[in-house]
Each structure stands twice: as C-alpha cells, then as structure tokens.
Design a protein. Structure first.
Length: 458
C-alpha cells in the first residue's frame, strides 16, 4: 500500500498506522528504542521518546543490542531491484524524493547482538545481510543505527506487507559466501584508507593476544587492549593524511574486531600441527583421518578427567555419585556422564583390588582376564601361611583345617606347598571327612598324593 503524507515537516501528525497492530509501521514503532536518536540530518544528535522520534526524518529504528530490521541503503535509483533479482519483498521502501535513493526495510525475528549473545546467530545474520547487499547493490558499509523514518513527508514511503521473516527464509534466496583466511595484513592494498589501514593492523594484533586473554583475562580486558592499540596507532596526520580518525570510528572498529575475534578466531598455538609426526608421503585424507582419531581420543581423555575430578569432589563431600550432580560439577551433560559410567565404579573397583592384594600377597598388576585374579585361592592359601602351630589351635578341629587345605590343593585353588608337615597332616585325614564340605570322596585325591610332596631342597 502506497501513501504520502502531505503535511509540514515540523509538527506533522504521524500516520495512524504507526499505532495499529499487525502493520509494518506499527512494528517499527514498537521495536524502536523507547528513547530513540533522531534529528533532521544523519547525525541524529537528539534523543526523544519514540512517539516523537517518528516526527523527524531520521531516527534510530533498532534497539541497542537488538536487530529487528535489516535495512539496506541503496545509492542508486532502482527501488525495485529486489524484484529484478528475484528476492523477497521488503516490508517498507523509503525513497528520497530528490535523487531516488532508498532504504529497504526487512522485518526479521529479533537477533540479540550484545557481548553476552551467541555468536552464531549474529554471524548468520551478517552473512545474509552481506549476500543481500551484494544482490541489491547496496552500501556494504552501512550499519545504521540511523535510517530514513518511514512515513515522514520528506520521503515517499511504500508499506508492502507485515510479514516477519525468519533468517532461514531469507537465506534460501542467496548464496552465503565463505570468507577466505589471510595469513598477514596487506597494507599496500589499503594504503588509501585510514580506516582500512587501522583495521588491518589491529585485527592481526587481536589475533596474537586473543587466546591468552580467553585463558587468563576477559572480554572487557581484551577490549581495553585493543582500545590502547587503536589510540596508539591513530597518528595518520604524521603519515600524509589530513587528520586522524575520529573517536566514533575508532570505537566502531574496536567493537567489530573484538567481537569477531573473541567469538570466532581459533588460530595460533592451539592447533599443535605436526605433533603426530606423520609421514608426509601419506595421502592427505589418511593423515586427516589419523589426526581426527587422535583429537577424538584427546577430547575423550579430557572429558574423562573432568568427570573423575567431579567424582573425587563428591566423595570428599561424602555425597553419592549421582549422574546429575557429576554433570553439574563437570559442566557436561548427563548423557555424557552416562557414557563414562566406568569412572563412577572406579572407587569400588580399587577397593576390591586392594583387598585381594593384601590377602594374597601377590602382584596387583592383573591383566587380560578373570582367571588371572588370585582372590579365590588366596583365602585358602592364607591358612597355610599361618604356620604349623596356628593351624592346629583349639579354635577349630585339625581335620577341618586339613580338609580345607586338601580341597584347595585338589581343586587347584592352592598350589603345591612345600613342606612335609602338610603331607603328614593330610595323611591323617580320612576321606569321609571331605564329605562334610559336600565334596565327592571319589573326586578328592588320595592322601598318598600329598605324601609325594618333596622336602625342601630335594
């Protein structure tokens, strides 16, 4: 729907559509800052409530830290280029009556852009904006926040629809570009621009310090280092330029570099390239596969270490090892903790292993299988190690002790013990005594088998 407001520039009454629900103009008013910057020129030096800001030809339409409108600044007179390029229709077209230059307004679901916001939606929105700007031949450097006020009598305004776009809907119309990485600043290519020179210098300085600041500092400290760098290098009047960059330009450049570098840059020493010392003659795909396998193992070990530390902390508190509590301390998901369930059983397993070692008096380095664990025979062997005198104390009968020993030897639980005292003592036990333990007398070796145990040294 096209409309024009024929009123004087000062004190005109805004269109009633600003105050109606389900209109593009109504959304513009509701999403604008309560105290919006506005003026009769692009500086927008005044601050007024949004109901009064819409009376000025220029105003701030996006709130600080929030983007509800993608605005494209067309420096040409083709306001219908979006239709020529097969792009979706903007919600609002605000056209200069004199030169035909326009602002195209696309309503989007609000994207948060504060320092605490997630970086991926921000980067996604920026990629879409850049792709649209290229197709619309719009100014790629335009970033607002001040735009032509829709409905003001200075401009011709067209309100086309009130649909609010999803970012994914807009992305379907364009190809998102992948920006190539650059290893060093190319100052010769940007020697004509103060802003570009500072941008190139400062971004590589940011790359060199961001990893350290992530580990030991904060985003605020990182910003302050970039501010100091920018002010120290803003001396362009000494290098042939008429003046230095203004403070507003410095702040915008610092904020842009800091945000992008902090969220996205992962270069530097954290890569550990070449640590595996792989043969360079191997195919690239095979080397990448081996490196990916190593990376997976390293990450698994790091996760397991965090879970193990969380278990230790809970044990120190005397609390149960619950998956939810471990996940909270280790800062991982409960499903991840469940994957490492073997770590939760380590305290009990260690205690059982220590008990077996203390009873058997053998090496605790048990490998491979259950059959190598000496726990079963160690308890019976302990009876023999008590000595001849203790084996025949008055607490239990002689034949009970000897039957236990004979059972251990006969079934392989106790190895052949050297010493004639064992053979002589077992010889005194009748086969009927073995039936007390539920053993088959026919399956028990005869006492004469034990008498064949050689004396020490023979």
């Amino acid at each position: 729907m096209d409309f024009a407001i024929s009123a004087t520039d000062s004190g005109y009454s805004p269109s009633s559509r600003f105050f109606e629900n389900d209109t593009a103009l109504g959304r513009l008013l509701s999403e604008a800052p309560y105290l919006s910057r506005c003026s009769d020129n692009k500086t927008a030096a005044r601050v007024r409530p949004r109901e009064y800001a819409i009376r000025h030809p220029y105003m701030q339409v996006n709130r600080y830290g929030m983007v509800s409108w993608l605005i494209f600044d067309l420096d040409h007179s083709n306001s219908l280029i979006w239709d020529d390029e097969g792009l979706p229709a903007p919600n609002l077209v605000v056209r200069n009556r004199t030169n035909g230059h326009s602002h195209l307004y696309y309503a989007i679901h609000t994207v948060c852009t504060t320092d605490n916001a997630r970086s991926k939606p921000i980067n996604y929105m920026k990629a879409i904006y850049a792709a649209f700007a290229a197709r619309l031949v719009a100014d790629p450097a335009y970033s607002g926040p001040v735009a032509k006020t829709p409905g003001h009598p200075w401009w011709d305004t067209a309100e086309l629809h009130n649909h609010v776009y999803e970012l994914g809907d807009l992305a379907d119309y364009v190809d998102l570009a992948v920006t190539p990485w650059r290893s060093a600043p190319k100052l010769d290519d940007v020697s004509h621009s103060r802003h570009c020179i500072l941008f190139e210098q400062m971004r590589f300085f940011a790359y060199s310090i961001v990893n350290q600041q992530r580990d030991t500092g904060s985003f605020g400290a990182f910003m302050r280092l970039l501010e100091a760098f920018a002010h120290n290098h803003n001396s362009f009047h000494k290098h042939g330029f008429t003046e230095n960059l203004p403070l507003s330009s410095l702040r915008a450049t610092i904020r842009s570099i800091a945000r992008w570098t902090w969220d996205r840059y992962q270069g530097g020493g954290s890569c550990h390239r070449g640590v595996m010392q792989l043969d360079k003659d191997l195919p690239l795909a095979e080397r990448q596969s081996l490196a990916a396998k190593r990376t997976h193992e390293v990450r698994n070990k790091a996760t397991e270490s965090k879970i193990r530390a969380a278990c230790a902390e809970l044990r120190a508190r005397g609390e149960r090892l619950r998956q939810t509590a471990i996940a909270l301390i280790a800062k991982v998901s409960r499903q991840t903790v469940a994957t490492y369930a073997h770590v939760l059983k380590e305290p009990l397993r260690a205690a059982v292993t220590a008990l077996r070692g203390s009873v058997a008096g053998t090496d605790l380095d048990v490998k491979h299988g259950v059959h190598q664990i000496p726990a079963a025979r160690s308890a019976a062997l302990d009876l023999c190690l008590k000595g001849n005198n203790q084996a025949f104390d008055g607490e239990c009968g002689t034949s009970d002790h000897l039957v236990s020993i004979a059972l251990g030897i006969g079934t392989g639980l106790i190895p052949a013990v050297q010493g004639s005292f064992l053979g002589a003592s077992v010889a005194q036990v009748g086969c009927s005594d073995f039936s007390l333990f539920g053993a088959d007398p026919e399956a028990i070796p005869s006492p004469s088998w034990f008498l064949d145990v050689p004396e020490p040294g023979k």
